[in-house]
Write a protein that binds this ligand. Sequence first.
Ligand SMILES: [Zn+2]
Ligand SMILES: [Zn+2]
Length: 260
Amino acid sequence: MNGLDTPPTLPTMRLSVLGSNGSFATPGRPASGYLVDHAGTTLWVDAGPGTFAALQGIVDYRTVDAVVITHGHADHSVDLFGYYHAIKYGPGVRAPVPVFCSPGFEEAFTSFLGGPGHEPAGTLEFIASGEGDEMAVGSVAMRFAMTDHSVPTLGVRFEADRRTLFYSSDTGPEGTWMNLAEHADVFLCEATYQGSPDRKPWGRHLTAGEAGRIARDQMVDRLMITHIWPFLDPGRSVVEAEATFGRPVGLAAPGMVVKV
Ligand SMILES: [Zn+2]
Ligand SMILES: [Zn+2]
């Protein structure tokens, strides 16, 4: 080492894609779910169908420090039911596990669990979060914004060692949620549809072109699109996002690991 001290290297925040399908899972392609980890802190962000199995292929599920459920739509939340049983009855678990969630999700989840004998208390600890709320888990700080969706939905900015990741969850183009993406090192943005925004089947999602425009306006460093409708060719979504972003765009895919 020539007698010189090695400069300390900062731990890296990483984003691992468990699933990136919009609306429903297809073979080998779970719906929305991600791991965010940094310096031994591990967060599971969205629990779409297929993501709990994918998570167990990467980490011991008992090491997850907290869960974030951005909203109650099934393609972002249903695997929390399997996780609940694994935490409640599995060996060697630390419980309760914090679950940061949108307002009203705890009540909906508890209703679906099925009554006496299946209460979340002691297994999952729900922390309803909203616009501007700031939370921290281990070394990762989180800040929430309410997005433009049909149910209360959280966009989440993750920050560690001055590196930032913003996840749009599901959203349309209205509101101020996108301000939390400003200057993000990585912007993980939904891009459900393609083509003209005027022809969207539903206004509370984005086209790939809208995702690229928002990313450009917020001066993000890297854009990665996700939540592509399974009926569409994702390669075309990338082309449309690059046309408005003005630079190369990444495509979230299961198994991908990105250093933030
Ligand atoms: Zn969705
Ligand atoms: Zn949704």
